[in-house]
Design a protein around this ligand. Structure first.
Ligand code: ADP
Ligand code: MG
Length: 686
């Protein structure tokens, strides 16, 4: 399949589309026709009118109606990007940012990164003065406020996928409302796939108290709501008769049944995460590889973030004649990305969701039931091209009586450390009094303030005043990681620590293998360092560079090549960023004690001690004596040093420490005397 020459080939993660690039006038005209067939096209004039006369417009429209790809183009056509101004469109997900940006670039017949660009953390594909439409994550836009609090370079900001209620979207809406008070000419478009429009509208209406209905230029401050009528076809819903015990197996069986019994049309299956999706793909691919069976007509593809580009590439391509495409996806395909040709949806009823417990301070991604609102969205994906069917792998009774109507906003189930420091850096001191769309739990707030205080980022009045506090706020990473980077500057090991920070920012540098894998374990020993995982990461990074960044080398060593390339990129970006903060790059020449001390400067509160007579490697955390264990993926698993510091805790059957290093307990007092001497006198240390 020919690749679009319009998309930069060098960068990983960019999606390619099956539609031919508009190099020939025929291709372009074709795309133009496609654009005009979208439901949102009929509302073009209405949308532009509303944006002209209202400061805030809320647009509700079904997934696939053209909100994301069309509205920014309409705005540009109407002149909103003239005079060096920018049109922004935010997305909660990085993959969606890249995907829609390259689609829009293609429709406009321009090269991505020029007139149409995108920015995600550690990757900026925009050119100042050239880019007119910019797609970005809501998190990146929040960061931009630190340099430009009123976001002056934007004329219109479209906050897309607002129904997802991501933590950054919620913060952004509160802040944008504030900005509009100072900059009424800034237009906001809030777009959503579901009718949460009323509450959004009320949220933006409350400012009327001290303001007027219109500003001096006749701009209406009242938000207006526009509903885009979709052209969704009816979808027949099927439920299981009895609850299923294994939804993965059940999903696979359902796909096979659809292929046997139903007419042509692609299948979209919703499972929860990469491992599960890969497992389902594998089973189905095996079935399909039997050329003698009719299952050979199945073309099975996974869809999740962090997918290699060639895999992403296939998702959007047209299904070959005589084949049935089966895409097995996380909930990214629920509303963020539209797949054409889907007629059947299989809905497991679950998704991976973040849950945070402020008492134990554990944030987990857990498989949890979806809401009715999500289930409706998923079913809707079957009615894109003609009437379709949705197979729900749960009972009707469960759907009616037990499934929650709405999901819980991410704000209310997340660790808030990063959010709090960002608000503080933006000068918002009264965080509880902030204008939240939904209030965060006070326990999580207090916990976040405690953490930031113990890191020396906030002072006793919970204010951001110290220079290192501002530096931490500038680095777009978990404040504990940022603190570690700043400490490395003083200790003279910033080169090493930046590598570690880059590795910790990718999911895993190892190839994922299900269950126990001898090959991987043996390979890990080659790189393993007695000090622990962070130092092991340094060894892998060194090996990768010495191999000339070879994919062959990665393959031989069970190392994820894409992840390593991402590490190299991220590290480069981080180096540039910290240099701006005045940090000097310096290597400690492999002095692992210094490296570990720098890690401790950020992670001193994550120390645990091995239980003296423990037979099974049980540790207790110093902070709150919680039972924890070293995760089997760690190089220190079974080594069980007496004292360790971990990067994160993850609970499954037990609480597991991920990424662990061995330390000397005396370093703890050195790193954080205030924390260890005043708060937690531990007889084992003294
Ligand atoms: P919305 O934001 O309302 O969900 P989009 O603007 O994302 O809708 O999509 C509008 C239409 O654009 C889709 O129905 C599809 O036809 C087309 N489209 C979007 N992304 C792609 C893509 N990556 N490849 C091919 N077509 C696409
Ligand atoms: Mg969209």
């Amino acid at each position: 399949r020919p690749r679009s020459s319009l998309v930069d080939d060098e960068e990983g993660g960019v999606l390619f589309y099956s539609t031919p690039p508009p190099s020939s006038s025929y291709g372009y005209a074709n795309l133009e026709k496609q654009r005009q067939r979208l439901p949102v096209f009929k509302y073009r004039t209405a949308i532009l009118y509303l944006v002209e006369y209202h400061s805030t417009v809320i647009i509700v429209g079904e997934t696939g109606s053209g909100k994301t790809t069309q509205i920014p183009q309409y705005l540009k056509e109407a002149g909103w990007a003239e005079g060096g101004r920018l049109i922004a469109c935010t997305q909660p997900r990085r993959l969606a940012v890249q995907s829609v940006a390259s689609r829009v670039a293609e429709e406009m017949g321009v090269k991505i990164g020029e007139e149409v660009g995108y920015t995600i953390r550690f990757e900026d594909k925009t050119v100042q003065g050239v880019t007119k439409i910019k797609f970005l994550t809501d998190g990146v836009l929040l960061r931009e406020m630190m340099d430009d609090p009123l976001l002056t370079k934007y004329s219109v900001i479209m906050v897309d996928e607002a129904h997802e209620r991501s933590i950054s979207t919620d913060m952004l809406l509160g802040l944008l409302k504030k900005i509009q008070r100072r900059r009424p000419e800034l237009r906001l478009i809030i777009s959503s796939a579901t009718i949460e429009a009323e509450s959004m509208s009320n949220f933006f209406r409350t400012r009327k108290k001290n303001g007027h209905a219109t500003d001096d230029n006749g701009l209406k401050m009242e938000p207006s709501i526009l509903s885009v009528e979709g052209k969704g076809y009816p979808v027949e819903i099927h439920y299981v008769q009895e609850p299923v015990s294994d939804y993965l197996q059940s999903a696979v069986d359902t796909v096979l049944l659809i292929h046997e019994k139903e007419a042509v049309g692609d299948v979209l299956v919703f499972l929860t995460g990469q491992e599960e999706i890969d497992a389902a793909v594998q089973i189905l691919v095996e079935k399909a590889s039997d050329k003698t069976s009719h299952f050979s007509g199945l073309l099975v593809l996974p869809l999740y973030s962090g997918l290699s580009r060639s895999d992403q590439d296939l998702i959007f391509s047209q299904t070959p004649k005589g084949k049935r495409k089966v895409v097995i996806s996380t909930n990214i395909a629920e509303t963020s990305l539209t797949l054409e040709g889907v007629v059947f949806v299989v809905d497991s009823g679950f998704s991976k969701q973040r849950f945070y417990n402020p008492i134990s301070d554990i944030e987990n991604l857990v498989v949890a039931p979806i809401s009715k609102a999500s289930a409706k969205q998923r079913a809707g994906r079957a009615g894109r091209v003609r009437s379709g069917k949705c197979f729900r792998l749960y009972t009707e009774d469960y759907f009616v009586k037990e499934m929650p109507a709405e999901g819980i906003p991410e704000m209310q189930r997340s660790n808030l450390v990063s959010s709090v420091i960002q608000l503080k850096a933006l000068g918002i001191d009264n965080i509880l009094g902030f204008d939240w769309l939904a209030s965060p739990p006070p326990e999580s707030m207090i916990r976040a303030l405690e953490v930031l205080y113990s890191l020396g980022i906030l002072d006793e009045d919970a204010k951001l005043t110290t220079p290192s506090g501002f530096q931490v706020a500038e680095i777009p990473l978990d404040p504990m990681v940022s603190k570690m980077i700043i400490a490395a500057d003083t200790l003279g090991c910033s080169e090493e620590i930046l590598t570690i920070a880059a590795v910790l920012s990718v999911q895993s540098i190892w190839v994922s293998v299900r269950g126990k894998h001898k090959g991987l374990d043996e390979v890990k020993l080659r790189f393993a360092a007695a000090e622990g995982d962070h130092v092991t990461h340094l060894n892998v990074y060194k090996g990768f560079l010495q191999s000339g960044k070879s994919s062959q080398w990665c393959y031989k060593n069970y190392i994820n090549y894409h992840a390593m390339k991402k590490v190299v990129d991220t590290r480069e970006q981080l180096c540039r960023l910290v240099r701006r903060l005045g940090i000097v790059l310096k290597s400690c020449q492999g002095d692992t004690q210094t490296i570990r001390k720098a890690i401790l400067a950020g992670f001193f509160s994550h120390a645990s001690q091995l239980e003296e007579y423990s037979q099974n490697g049980m540790y207790k955390t110093v902070r709150n004596s919680q039972e924890v264990y070293i995760h089997p993926s760690s190089v220190l698993f079974r080594v069980n040093p007496k004292w360790v510091v971990y990067h994160s805790l993850v609970s499954t059957d037990k609480h597991y420490m991920h990424n662990v290093i061995a330390i000397d307990p005396s370093w703890l007092i050195e790193a954080a005397p205030h924390f260890y001497q005043l708060k937690r006198p531990n007889p084992a240390i003294f």
